[in-house]
Design a protein around this ligand. Structure first.
Ligand code: ZN
Length: 372
């Protein structure tokens, strides 16, 4: 059995995490979306104790990313302690899903798929990923989802869910206080992803009509400097005084909000994405402004801005330490993806050098899947 990794909690709250590396990165044509569907099915394992968890104020949920699936339970130490081994037993049981539950969850996942494609910016980025990288993300392919059978899930269970890669338990009642972070990540997740010439893809149309346009301004796939890039994304987009917010919203009144992040596709690959919605006639203007901001680090990536984000990050580190029971990512992701673990290397000079390396040749796309 997978051994439990103990982490000492600083407060009277605990968290139990099941981590499965692999996920949508394992999916091949015909099976795209199966990880997410299986995540739903796995959640049924704790049906029997769900009322007890509710009564004891335990919050629990699961999610599927491209490279990892996680199930988590958090609550007061004594409450989590009470269910810890029960949950572990249920999660490690053999595949026992009944046809009826399978059919029902399949319908629910397809509904979630439709909901996802009703949101203009989601539909836009999903279609871009399909077209450029042949990546269908956890949401998967509608055709594939519709064709999945209970037998497919049973086979996939053996591959993905037979045993978790990690069981992490964060509690003040731990047997061991020290923690050695050694994620054993499958090789497939360390293989670099690149754009591929692939013109046949399933373009999923929006089911609603929108008066707004979605604008995506995006880098090429990147294979290094992840932590610093995440830091730079915060410099560009965090808070009301950020370059993106202050120029696009406060100065020009073109957007309600903007998002700027590093989109991780696996442990070795990701791209920088800036996304916003605006009224149809302003989309091109937004792209002009985005270009002006991203191409002018001397004006926007200032030392003053750097100092603010650095100070903020140091405060967030203290939160993460205090609320360790819910800040599990630092135990799950490799060190290259963790801002806090790399903060010392991020001098202003280094940050500007990394900016010059990766924040160039961005491509813009409006609504559809074409970059221009
Ligand atoms: Zn779901």
């Amino acid at each position: 059995m997978t051994h439990i990794e103990f982490v000492k909690s600083k407060i009277d709250m605990a968290g139990l995490y099941f981590v499965y590396y692999g996920s949508a990165n394992y999916e091949t044509k015909g099976y795209r979306g199966i990880s997410h569907l299986m995540e739903h099915l796995m959640c049924h394992r704790i049906d029997k104790i769900e009322n007890n968890l509710l009564r004891d104020g335990i919050e629990w949920n699961a999610f599927t990313a491209n490279d990892v699936i996680m199930f988590h339970w958090t609550g007061l130490t004594d409450k989590i302690e009470k269910y810890k081994y029960k949950i572990i037993d249920l999660m490690l049981a053999d595949f026992n899903t009944k046809e009826e539950i399978f059919q029902n969850e399949k319908k629910i996942v397809l509904q979630e798929y439709n909901d996802g494609f009703n949101v203009i910016e989601n539909a836009h980025s999903e279609n871009l990923d399909r077209k450029i990288y042949n990546i269908y993300n956890p949401i998967g392919s509608k055709k594939d989802l519709q064709a999945l059978t209970l037998k497919d899930c049973k086979l996939y269970f053996d591959r993905q869910f037979r045993e978790p890669h990690r069981i992490i338990y964060i509690s003040k009642n731990n047997e061991k206080a020290a923690y050695q972070h050694k994620p054993h990540i499958p090789n497939i997740l360390k293989t670099q992803i690149n754009a591929i010439p692939f013109n046949k893809y399933e373009h999923e149309k929006l089911t609603k009509s929108y008066s707004n346009s979605s604008v995506i301004y995006q880098s090429k796939m990147i294979h290094a400097d992840f932590a610093a890039i995440i830091f730079i994304c915060m410099m560009l987009g965090s808070g009301m005084t950020s370059p993106l917010y202050s120029v696009l919203r406060e100065k020009h009144g073109l957007v309600y909000g903007t998002n700027c992040w590093l989109e991780r596709k696996n442990m070795a690959s990701g791209y920088i994405s800036i996304s916003l919605t605006t009224d149809k006639k302003s989309a091109n203007k937004c792209i002009e402004i985005l270009k002006e901001i991203v191409d002018n680090p001397d004006k926007y990536m200032t030392r003053k801005r750097y100092n603010i984000i650095m100070d903020m990050t140091k405060v967030q580190m203290r939160y993460a330490e205090l609320f360790r029971y819910s800040h599990v990512w630092k135990y799950v992701l490799p060190i290259e993806w963790r801002v806090h673990a790399n903060l010392e290397k991020m001098t202003y000079k280094n940050v500007r050098e990394i900016y010059n390396k990766h924040f160039k040749n961005f491509q813009a796309s409006i609504d559809s899947v074409e970059f221009k």
